[in-house]
Design a protein around this ligand. Structure first.
Ligand code: GDP
Length: 334
């Protein structure tokens, strides 16, 4: 078993086409849940869902989120209703009291569904209705995810990092905001003062995650702050990484980021926005896979290949490099 850690884009891209290199049934993915929000009473888990949709052959591979060819009639109707009622759009947080009432798993990231600020497709929404209803019936997030994975005919174990709430809050010069407000609504524009993983001090990884972290681990190209940050903010998660072989794929080529806000978040949290900064942010990584054009000097073993991902051949090529890196550090790879 080799376990991959995932945010919403990089690891699903890495695993696209990788089935011949890593058998999906033996390759669990542990997904970040710090980005999750509750929107109109529905728990939305963007990083879990990208992996579910990718493996279930439903993912929109243009955007790398949502379901391909989905419609958005409900979303549009929500906006039409809000406009007609004179209700402002934009993230509408529920009251402070409501943030810690009701479903525990949704704490500190509860938004009204009025003019919902994230676009949910119609078929996508059916996933959130089912997941939230299963939670209300008493399932854990891990059990609800397994049920959805079965419904989508997925072999791969898809594991939320925790069944406890952890919310990524970005403290900015304009005040604190949930990561999804910062990223989806504000396009990462506000200045960052610090990043908080609210709940992480009491949250624990699930037993399934602990078992998955017992063997070799791969950190796919990820945002080290907002995708790995919530995981390693849980002490036993970080300790597990410290005591198992770990290979990381850089989301940069030297100081050029492929996409997303990783550079800004690294810089704001005291790291160089580059492959070198990622290496500093991952002290528990034993080896790295870098782009062949990335000349960053390393004190740990490195395997280089073309790390541009997007097609199945790319995933297979970079996964072969990951396998080589694991073997270099003596990890047992099935
Ligand atoms: P999320 O989508 O915000 O949840 O982000 P992830 O944690 O999955 O991070 C995506 C990271 O993957 C970004 O920092 C990108 O720079 C990186 N990335 C995106 N596309 C590629 C690619 O083709 N190759 C590599 N090496 N990294 C990529």
């Amino acid at each position: 078993m080799v376990t991959f850690l995932a945010g919403g884009t990089g690891t699903p891209k890495l695993l696209y086409g990788a089935d011949g290199v890593f058998d999906p049934a033996e390759t669990p993915v542990v997904c970040n849940t710090g980005d999750d929000v509750e929107l109109g009473g529905l728990l939305v888990c963007p990083d879990v869902d990208t992996t579910l949709f990718a493996d279930g052959d439903r993912l929109d591979r243009e955007t790398w989120w949502g379901i391909a060819d989905d419609t958005t009639e409900t979303h549009e109707e929500l906006h039409a209703l809000a406009d007609a009622a004179g209700l402002e759009s934009g993230p509408r947080y529920l009251s402070d009291d409501a943030q810690t009432a009701g479903r525990d798993i949704a704490r500190w990231r509860r938004f009204s569904g009025v003019a919902e600020f994230m676009e949910l497709g119609d078929r996508d929404r059916a996933i959130h209705v089912t997941r939230t209803s299963l939670l209300d019936e008493g399932y854990t997030l891990t059990e609800a995810t397994e049920t959805l994975a079965n419904a989508l005919d997925i072999e791969r174990p898809v594991l939320p990092m925790s069944d406890d709430p952890v919310a990524t809050i970005i403290h900015t010069d304009e005040g604190p905001m949930h990561f999804q407000e910062f990223w989806v609504h504000r396009r990462a524009d506000p200045e960052i003062e610090r990043v908080e993983f609210r709940g992480a001090e009491t949250a624990t990884p699930t037993d399934a995650v602990h078992d998955a972290l017992d063997g070799p681990v791969v950190i796919g190209p990820s945002n080290p702050v907002t995708s790995l940050g919530p995981m390693v903010a849980m002490d036993t998660f970080r300790e597990a990484l410290e005591s198992t072989p770990v290979v990381a794929v850089s989301p940069f080529v030297e100081d050029r980021v492929f996409s997303g806000p990783a550079a800004k978040l690294l810089a704001a949290t005291g790291y160089e926005p580059s492959t070198a900064g990622v290496a500093d942010a991952y002290p528990y990584a034993d080896a790295f896979v870098l782009d062949e054009a990335d000349g960053t000097d390393f004190d740990r073993p490195v395997v280089r290949t073309d790390t541009e991902l997007g097609d199945p051949e790319d995933g297979a090529r970079v996964c072969r490099a990951v396998r080589e890196a694991l073997e270099t550090i003596g990890a047992e790879v099935p």
